[in-house]
Design a protein around this ligand. Structure first.
Ligand code: FBP
Length: 253
């Protein structure tokens, strides 16, 4: 446990954090990218210049750009499951890489997505259970992307689902949960409280204008969340390092 906590601390700076997410190529296809950010090297560069606490990649990029990641000295979080957005119906995201591979790739933590509410939820919860156990055995922290999705959650209160997602993260042993911000700052503060000792980071979502983004960051940081795991709002910005610096100031104010 001590070693696990030590590794968890390596992901944080003064108990706060900023992760740069770049798993969208699998989740959405290259449609999120332009000529520049389609190249994983440009993302590694942003992570380095923006002093991100960690980079999030799937196995393929982690393997092919291993040298560049190593040179950047930015810690790697390996995303272990994923899916395309091409299939219809309730989502399921299955394991595509192992904890053993994460260790070989020098990852500092692993990530896994569970879609609560999906009819396939039990399969993902079961798979998460195995991965969490194996990761902790190897002192690797586990970050849980936890998104309510599927037919059964249609019409349900999104901020209540956000709090439910945070609580599920605590119950199933995630070290950090990554959720989408829904509702008011008060709703988010309740969600963070519901996560107990499991830390909370917030996803960035689709690109917003700067004013809206910074307002959200300010609310996120007041809620007790430890930071953001953000992608498109950074690397789709025309000046990714400048926007990162503005966000950094709010995270570590
Ligand atoms: P963004 O900051 O770009 O939203 O990234 C956060 C993230 O969780 C990614 O890690 C992931 O690829 C994506 O959002 C999934 O979003 P969705 O399931 O809504 O398509």
């Amino acid at each position: 446990m001590r070693k696990l906590n030590h590794n968890l601390e390596k992901l944080l700076t003064k108990n706060k954090t900023l992760f740069l997410a770049y798993d969208q190529g699998l989740e959405h296809g290259p449609t999120d990218f332009n000529d520049k950010n389609v190249d994983p090297r440009s993302i590694i560069n942003i992570a380095k210049k923006g002093k991100f606490n960690a980079l999030i990649f799937h196995k393929g990029i982690a393997e092919k750009y291993r040298k560049e990641i190593k040179e950047s000295k930015i810690p790697l979080i390996l995303k272990l499951n994923g899916k395309t957005n091409l299939r219809e119906g309730d989502p399921i995201s299955m394991q595509l890489a192992t904890v053993e591979e994460a260790i070989k790739l020098n990852a500092i933590a692993v990530g896994y997505t569970v879609y609560i509410g999906s009819k396939h939820e039990p399969i993902m919860l079961r798979e998460f259970e195995r991965i969490q156990k194996e990761a902790h055995k190897n002192n690797l922290p586990v970050i849980l992307w936890i998104y309510p999705r599927g037919k059964s959650i249609k019409g349900r209160n999104k901020s209540k689902l956000m709090a439910y997602a945070c609580r599920v993260g605590l119950e199933i042993g995630a070290d950090i949960v990554k959720v989408k911000y829904e509702g008011t700052p008060r709703d988010l503060a309740w969600a963070v409280k519901s996560a107990g000792k499991t830390k909370v980071v917030i996803a960035g979502g689709t690109k917003k204008n700067e004013k809206e983004l910074l307002k959200q960051v300010s609310e996120i940081m007041k809620s007790g969340a430890i930071g953001l795991a953000i992608g498109r709002n950074i690397w789709q910005n025309k000046d990714p390092v400048k926007i990162t610096n503005k966000i950094r100031k709010m995270v570590w104010r």
